[in-house]
Design a protein around this ligand. Sequence first.
Ligand code: ADP
Ligand code: MG
Length: 401
Amino acid sequence: MRSLDDLLAEGVAGRRVLVRSDLNVPLDTTTRAITDDGRIRASLPTLQALRDAGARVLVTSHLGRPQGAPDPQYSLAPVAARLGELLGTPVPLAGDVAGDDARARVEALGDGDVLLLENVRFEAGETSKDDAERGALADRLATLADAYVDDAFGAVHRRHASVHDVALRLPHVAGRLVARELEVLGRLTTDPERPYVVVLGGSKVSDKLAVIEALLPKVDRLLVGGGMCFTFLRAQGHGVGGSLLEEDQVETCRRLLAEAGDRIVLPLDVVCAADLGADVQTTVVPVDAIPDDLKGLDVGPRTVEAFGRELGGARTVFWNGPMGVFELAPFQAGTRGVAEAVAAVDGLSVVGGGDSAAAVRQLGLDEASYGHISTGGGASLEYLEGRELPGLAVLADRGEG
Ligand code: ADP
Ligand code: MG
């Protein structure tokens, strides 16, 4: 896999370089203001290095899940503005992905300038399962540029036109962020220092069962919180009230508990409420006494203590997925407690996942106390599963284009 430095060594002054960044930041649902700009900041080292070297930089990214057609609520306009502030230079936004406006604006770029292309998911070809449809979009993107840099770690597990197909059409290298992510995740997969503890939370078990299966043989402890813990608790025979439950995954959870129950650590207590809200009444109950009319929305204090003990002795930790609905104050404590325990780990601590990384920042924890905060949730999980990631596989060859 070639690096950004390899490309810079060839000389990029005056060349058009297409960078796939992951600028998929969370936006406030009403004001459309960026609520966490971590991914934009993570994209800066690659963009700045290219600017400094005199490249004409075109950036492509997705934002949210528009349905393959332009949709103003998913415009990258707020991102262009923030990126410009952070780079200290205006970053214009093309009116389309790879159409007439993008082409005209690329023509007008000077050395060191940066242009952001509009949300690549405004094109149905981006996420299409059809090779020809993706290829047609990749062709249009490729004609805009002379070289391609993949820096969108959060998207490398997708076989999407801007991540996979365009790399087949241009000389390609991995950007600084992708290189850094691979270095750290590599340390988790090859010979991690023990005890190795993984903490998983978040909302959907079905998203994470594959990673649980792949990691169970490798870890010393797997701590499970978040919405996904209720499917495990159900598998143990507990009632879970109105909590998130994936009925069709109960059997799999039961099998995992039978196979590796000594390594899977489940919550002891949960914070319940009748509904979600910023000032609702909550009650803490043991996991075998969740009332039928309540929902479990965070792990309780005894769980935080128990998870903290496991993390206290760990030398390698990977954490993905909030322990509760941390977006709302009454359900923050579990995520805060685990985030603090992970920060205190004496060894390598890695946080993966968009919401988990946002939680760290939103709760005011010091990012520097973690070994690494990954920008990719799904991508880091699939990497740890040992799966081949389409966006990395295409970078693996020499990349002469
Ligand atoms: P990440 O982006 O870090 O990979 P996920 O996307 O898997 O994390 O999950 C994050 C979401 O899970 C958050 O929005 C959070 O509110 C939700 N969540 C966590 N615990 C619960 C719960 N007990 N009930 C419902 N949702 C939950
Ligand atoms: Mg998420």
